[in-house]
Structures are given as structure tokens and as C-alpha cells.
Design a binder for this molecule. Structure first.
Ligand SMILES: [Zn+2]
Length: 282
């Protein structure tokens, strides 16, 4: 099974996870910028974080033959902290770089007016940079939050084919299917979505514009949920082609719209010099 995990926070994972993922067939991934558990208190700390997503983390991944890409944004949880407003001004500097394949993750956490403004600005940045956008849907009031997210996507004028809404469930998937946006599902051990429920959704809605991720982070999560969903699909009667489409071709098609996917790693492992990766882009 060839796997592209389109949403996983590798900064929180160990090399054992990288090894297990490589053994499971994970060849590529996207790590969206997110929070770090402990709230950050200044803009400068985001510079170090974003640099890590572009420097050290791709190097770690490349040691296991995995191609690492990232999405850059001010995450929805921290978007409400007035001390971090300046992070929005940092984004254009990063959105032009190689291996930044999307703006994200953005979206709603508590659906505050400030989150409205910041989500709209992220979508504007995606349009300006010709990048896809990864939009997180809130865990509370999922249906209301998803509807409001789709309204903001429509108002922004971005091509819905350049937008993926993540953390969907049975309630939110019909309206996203209708919108033309891509649909993503975070399969988790206890919360969000299980592989069995995921298989039922794929049976009902088909495999077009569908992506499955492990979203693995600091909470109880499992970096192999992509593999386990593929296995559940096969057990339920889907064939290898369906699995390849959901776990590989769909993420490649979606993030490929950035023009920046690099699915061969050898270069990164050789070039990392301990501070930065010597490569193109600014
Ligand atoms: Zn995430």
C-alpha cells in the first residue's frame, strides 16, 4: 500500500513513528502548522517553528525515505491571542518557499469574530499565492461551524477545488460534498472518526475528493491510521485501486496544485547542514 498522509504533526512524533510509517508504506506527508499544546507568547517563536517545519523535520523524514511537506498558517486556537497578531505578517515570507504546499491549518476553533477575520485573510493569502488551503472545522458545533466555514470560503472567491475541509464527520460531509471542496477525515483512536465509520462514508459518498489522515499529534493518536483505514477498506470490499486513490492519488492531486510536491527525498538528506536546507526559493 502506497500512502500519502495529508495531515500529520510529525514535530510531536518520535523516530520510531517515522520508522513504523515507512514500514507501513507512507512515502509522503504534509505537516500543517498548528499549536504546540503550550500557548506561545510571542511572534518570534513562530519563526523558529516554521523554520523547523522547513528544515529539521524534512531532514528527519528523509532519513526514513519519507517526503515531508508543510502547510503554513496561524492556527485557529492561537488566532485569538492578541500577542500573536503579527504572525499574519510573517506568512507571506514562508508561503513562497519550496515544500510549502498549502496555507493551513486555518479555520474555526471557537468561532469568534477575530477567527472570522483571520480565516478570510488566510483564504486571501492562498489566492494570492496560488496555493491550496487546508481548513480545520471546529470540534464543537460541527455542523454549524462547517456551514459557516463554507460561507466564508464562498465569500472569499477561492476556487472550491483549492480548498479541503478537514475533521469532517457524517453530519458535515453532505454539505461539503455539495460545495465542490475536498473532504478530509482525521481517523483517531477515541475521538473524531474511526476506520469503520470512514469506510461507511466512502461507501455512501464515493472516493472522489476524499482524503484520510491520521492527524497524529500530542494527544492520544495513531500515526498508522491511514494504513488501518486502507485495510478496513479492503476488508469491506473496496479494491486496491480505490485504496490507492484515497490514500495516495487524491492527496497528490490536491497538494500537487501548489506545483511544489517533491516525491523524492534523497536530495534533502544530503543537503541538510544543521541549520537550514540549501535549496531554491527565498
Ligand atoms: Zn492538525
Amino acid at each position: 500500500m502506497r500512502i500519502f498522509d495529508p495531515h500529520i504533526h510529525m514535530t510531536s512524533r518520535t523516530t520510531d513513528d517515522y520508522r513504523a510509517m515507512a514500514d507501513a508504506g507512507v512515502e509522503a506527508l504534509v505537516e500543517p502548522a498548528f499549536w504546540l499544546g503550550q500557548p506561545r507568547t510571542s511572534v518570534e517563536t513562530f519563526v523558529d517553528y516554521f523554520d523547523g517545519l522547513l528544515g529539521w523535520e524534512p531532514f528527519r523524514a528523509s532519513q526514513f525515505g519519507i517526503s515531508h511537506h508543510c502547510a503554513i498558517a496561524l492556527n485557529p486556537k492561537e488566532a485569538n491571542d492578541p500577542r500573536l497578531k503579527g504572525v499574519m505578517d510573517l506568512l507571506p515570507r514562508y508561503l513562497v518557499k519550496d515544500r510549502v504546499v498549502a496555507v493551513g491549518e486555518t479555520g474555526y476553533d471557537s468561532m469568534t469574530p477575530l477567527e472570522d477575520e483571520i480565516l478570510a485573510r488566510h483564504l486571501e493569502l492562498a489566492v494570492e499565492h496560488g496555493l491550496p488551503a487546508l481548513v480545520h472545522t471546529p470540534h464543537r458545533d460541527k455542523a454549524v461551524g462547517t456551514k459557516r466555514t463554507l460561507d466564508v470560503v464562498r465569500e472569499s472567491g477561492i476556487d472550491p477545488g483549492m480548498v479541503v475541509l478537514d475533521h469532517l464527520n457524517e453530519l458535515s460531509v453532505p454539505m461539503v460534498a455539495e460545495s465542490g471542496c475536498w473532504m478530509a477525515f482525521s481517523v483517531y483512536p477515541d475521538t473524531k472518526m474511526t476506520e469503520e465509520r470512514m469506510v461507511s462514508i466512502l461507501k455512501e459518498f464515493g472516493t472522489d475528493r476524499m482524503m484520510v489522515n491520521s492527524a497524529a499529534d500530542w494527544g492520544h493518536s495513531d500515526a498508522l491510521k491511514t494504513l488501518k483505514t486502507g485495510q478496513a477498506m479492503l476488508a469491506a470490499g473496496f479494491d486496491d485501486k480505490d485504496v490507492e486513490k484515497v490514500l495516495w492519488s487524491n492527496p497528490v492531486d490536491f497538494y500537487g496544485q501548489s506545483g511544489r510536491l517533491e516525491l523524492n527525498n534523497a536530495e534533502v538528506a544530503e543537503e541538510y547542514d544543521g541549520n537550514s536546507i540549501k535549496r531554491g526559493g527565498s
